[in-house]
Design a protein around this ligand. Structure first.
Ligand code: FES
Length: 178
C-alpha cells in the first residue's frame, strides 16, 4: 500500500510523510513483523505517544492484532501509551546506576521539575520517568532524554541539563517549530 493509496484511517492518524516512511519500512524486512518496533518509534515521534488509533493502524499495517502490538510495545521503555513532554527524561535506577547515585539524580529532577513518576510539567516541555536499564551501565548513572544518552550524571548537573533542553525548546519556538 503506497501513501497515495492509504486507507482513510491511516490518513487520519499519520502524515503523508510518515505513511510513506512506514510503507518503505514494511518492504525492508523479510518478515513484516520485524518492522513493528521501528514503525512504533516513528509513529510515536510524530503523534507523541502510542494512542489507540496508532496501535490499530500499525497492527493493520503489520497484519497482527492490536493485542500483539501492545504486548511488544510494553516491553520497551522508550515506547509510551500516554502523552509525554516535549523532552521525556528517563532516569535509569537499575542496579549499576542505583549504586552510583541514580536515585539522587532522579530526586533532583523531581525537585527541579515539580513532577513525580511519569509526570509532565505544566508547560508540557518535560516529562520524567524512572526506568530499567538503558544499556549504558558502564557509564552509570545514565539518563536518556528522548534519543540523547547522558552518562555519569551527578545531581548538581540536573539544572544545567534542563537549561540546555529549555534553550532547545525556546529556539524551536522561535523558529516556528522547525
Ligand atoms: S543499570 Fe543503568 S544503564 Fe544499565
Amino acid at each position: 500500500m503506497s501513501a497515495e493509496n492509504a486507507s482513510p484511517e491511516s490518513k487520519a492518524v499519520f502524515s503523508a510523510a510518515l505513511q510513506a516512511r512506514l510503507d518503505a519500512l514494511a518492504t525492508k524486512y523479510p518478515v513484516k513483523r520485524s518492522a513493528l518496533v521501528p514503525m512504533l518509534l516513528y509513529a510515536q515521534d510524530e503523534v507523541g505517544y502510542l494512542s489507540d488509533a496508532v496501535i490499530a493502524e500499525v497492527a493493520r499495517r503489520i497484519g497482527i492484532t492490536e493485542l500483539e502490538v501492545r504486548n511488544v510495545a510494553t516491553y520497551y521503555s522508550l515506547l509510551r501509551f500516554k502523552p509525554a513532554g516535549q523532552f521525556n527524561i528517563q532516569v535509569c535506577t537499575n542496579i549499576s546506576c542505583m549504586l552510583r547515585g541514580a536515585y539522587e539524580v532522579y530526586e533532583r529532577f523531581q525537585e527541579e521539575l515539580g513532577v513525580g513518576q511519569k509526570g509532565v510539567t505544566r508547560d508540557g516541555v518535560f516529562s520524567l520517568e524512572e526506568v530499567e536499564c538503558i544499556g549504558a551501565c558502564c557509564w552509570a548513572p545514565a539518563i536518556q532524554v528522548n534519543y540523547d544518552f547522558l552518562d555519569d550524571v551527578k545531581p548538581d548537573q540536573v539544572p544545567g541539563i534542563l537549561q540546555v533542553y529549555r534553550a532547545k525548546e525556546g529556539a524551536r519556538e522561535k523558529g516556528g517549530n522547525a
